[in-house]
Design a protein around this ligand. Structure first.
Ligand code: XLS
Ligand code: CA
Ligand code: CA
Length: 435
């Protein structure tokens, strides 16, 4: 078989003192941290769209990145070769999972039937390569936002014809995800939102969205797909307002429509920050409500303010993220690098360096989070901060035994509360001890 990354061998763990950019400094897959291997905690996945389809285009210019295996066509033949490239890359990198959109891996045909046929050809190849390499599918999804037919949305489209098309595409994408043994299936509402409220019946669109998600959950059961269905929040881009605004909005939506048992959340860092939150905020709220299923690991750029999907090299951020993951006992689905090299990073080697750096940053975050948990100081401080609810009037309030009358009576006797410092800086200094 042809080799597409000549000169780059299997990426090895060399430890923190290594100066080799093509080696792991922290990610040592079999190393046990907090009772599990790094591989099991992190469940890293490489995404097909950025890593194998990304060419570095932006709204101001076309692609800058030329890959030697691309022949410039959108043929099945080119797609098959690209699949070989992907599995060579992942085998060398050593990530256990991958994920894709239907249209990343196979060209869209002139009809739905032809698109299905193209997809089947690529799925057959992926199945062989998964078997040969041991790399597994984290999740699959359907691209319901690139083709012009979806310009007014997919499951929230005002035209039922387009909605039906989207359903057919999701049906097929779920079937092939099952065929490849995927652990999840993601819904990112690319154009499920609106550009102008003037031409939009928002309630009707939300009702359609929920019914669509119900139909997907029903179909999942019908075909015996045991993976997790996930919704990936994002507040805007490409639409001005996206219905899956953030994790809290999605959880409220799911509960409103009785779908909360069928779906989990896939938190993307860059989407959380676009919604005005931190990465750890959306992780924490999803996790504390038992809804954190998967992560799209990336980061935005504070100055640019759009969805830049960069590799997250910030160890403080990965530490806080992994603290949430460790506190909930692991990732039900996994951690997917929905991240792309910059359009200025045009070398093949940059693809490896970016992923190695991202994996190391999360591995370091895991090690740090484990130390935070082992030492217990942070947890103890937070627990102590809320200790007034562990007994007395606080406990009665939590238990629903003290209402407004009882609380008033208690204050009349107890008087003014003492001032208690929030000690934010002390907590920040504590965090700096670990990162
Ligand atoms: C785009 C999204 C997308 C989803 C999968 O902003 O991140 O790539 O992860 O459809
Ligand atoms: Ca994403
Ligand atoms: Ca993104």
């Amino acid at each position: 078989m042809a080799e597409f990354f000549p000169g780059i061998g299997k990426i090895k763990y060399e430890g923190p003192d290594s100066k080799n950019f093509l080696a792991f400094k922290y990610y040592d897959e079999n190393k046990v941290v907090g009772g599990k291997t790094m591989k099991d905690w992190l469940k890293f996945s490489v995404c097909y769209w950025h890593t194998f389809r990304g060419v570095g285009s932006d709204p101001f210019g076309p692609g800058t990145i030329k890959r030697p295996w691309e022949d410039g066509t959108n043929s099945v033949e080119n797609a098959l070769r690209r699949m070989d490239v992907a599995f060579e890359f992942m085998t060398k990198l050593g990530n256990p999972y991958w994920c894709f959109h239907d249209r990343d891996i196979a060209p869209e045909g002139a009809s739905l039937a032809e698109s299905h046929k193209n997809l089947d050809a690529l799925i057959a190849r992926a199945k062989e390569l998964q078997k040969a390499t041991g790399i597994k599918l984290l999740w699959g999804t359907a691209n319901l936002f690139s083709n012009p037919r979806f310009m007014n949305g997919a499951s929230t489209n005002p035209d039922a014809h387009v909605l039906a098309y989207a359903a057919a595409q999701v049906k097929k994408a779920m079937e092939v995800t099952l065929e490849l043994g995927g652990e999840g299936y993601v819904f990112w509402g690319g154009r499920e939102g609106y550009m102008s409220l003037l031409n939009t019946d928002m309630k009707r669109e939300l009702d359609h969205f929920a019914r669509f998600l119900r139909a997907a959950a029903d179909y999942k059961k019908e075909i015996g797909f045991k993976g997790t269905l996930l919704i990936e929040p994002k507040p805007k881009e490409p639409t001005k307002h996206q219905y899956d605004f953030d994790a809290a909005t999605v959880m409220g939506f799911l509960r409103t429509y009785g779908l909360e048992k069928e779906y989990q959340i896939n938190v993307e860092a860059n989407h959380a920050t676009l919604a005005g939150h931190t990465f750890e905020h959306d992780l924490e709220i999803s996790s504390r409500y038992g809804m954190l299923g998967s992560i799209d690991a990336n980061t935005g750029d504070a100055q640019l303010g759009w969805d830049t999907d960069q590799f997250n090299m910030d160890v403080k951020s990965t530490t806080l993220a992994m603290l949430v993951v460790m506190n909930q006992g692991g990732m039900p689905v996994g951690i997917n690098f929905d991240a792309k090299v910059r359009r200025e990073s045009t070398d093949l080697e940059d693809l490896f360096i970016a992923h190695i750096g991202g994996m190391d940053a999360f591995a370091r975050g895991l090690i740090n989070a484990d130390r935070i948990r082992q030492e217990g100081t942070l947890g103890d401080w937070v627990k102590k901060r809320y200790s007034s609810y562990d007994s007395g009037i606080g406990a009665d309030f939590e238990a629903g035994k003290a209402g407004f009358k009882e609380l008033e009576k208690w204050v009349l006797a107890a008087g003014e509360p003492k001032q208690i410092s929030g000690q934010q800086e002390k907590y920040e200094v504590l965090l700096n001890r670990y990162v």
